[in-house]
Write a protein that binds this ligand. Structure first.
Ligand code: THU
Length: 156
């Protein structure tokens, strides 16, 4: 029996976003400035909107022992939940600058490990966490973290 999993997302411009979404995108872009990426020079920023109105940001943090670093998304979500354990995640925006320092034309998507990490907080929130993948001009809007991760690991 053939089965299918579909992911639906929108491509939107900055001006089509709500005021809240625009703020989150602005903060994700700003957070790229706080990336510590001396090895890859690929600077990623993430901003998470919580249901208590707070926005938390993170940026990739690299390490001379490469696997010891972490991505922007995990730095943001781990800090958000460590700092505000009662708050539910509402939205996340992710932006990146390439080695030329410019925002990437094609929005970057979170790596597999970050998708699984973010899914944990979507599960805790008991509702969808909107995902905004931010390129220089175009923005991809996905309805949930789950929609980025078919065949997620869950329940053991
Ligand atoms: N990186 C992120 O911060 N988020 C992603 O979703 C993918 C990759 C970081 C890890 C590393 O510091 C740099 O980008 C290059 O891979």
């Amino acid at each position: 029996m053939k089965k299918e999993i579909r992911t639906v997302y929108e491509e939107v411009g900055y001006n089509e976003l709500s005021a809240d979404e625009q703020k989150l995108v602005d903060e994700a872009r700003e957070a790229t400035e706080r990336s510590y990426a001396p090895y890859s020079n690929f600077r990623v920023g993430a901003a998470i909107e919580l249901d208590n109105g707070v926005r938390v940001t993170g940026a990739n943090q690299e390490n001379v022992a490469f696997p010891s670093g972490t991505c922007a998304e995990r730095s943001a979500c781990f800090y958000a939940h460590a700092r505000y354990p009662e708050a539910k995640f509402k939205k996340i925006a992710i932006a990146a600058r390439g080695t030329d320092g410019e925002f990437v034309a094609e929005p970057v998507a979170p790596c597999g490990a970050c998708r699984q990490a973010l899914l944990e907080y979507e599960t805790l929130a008991q509702g969808p966490v909107e995902v905004l993948l931010v390129g220089k001009e175009k923005i991809y809007r996905l309805p949930s973290v789950a929609s980025t991760l078919p065949f997620a690991f869950s329940e053991f």
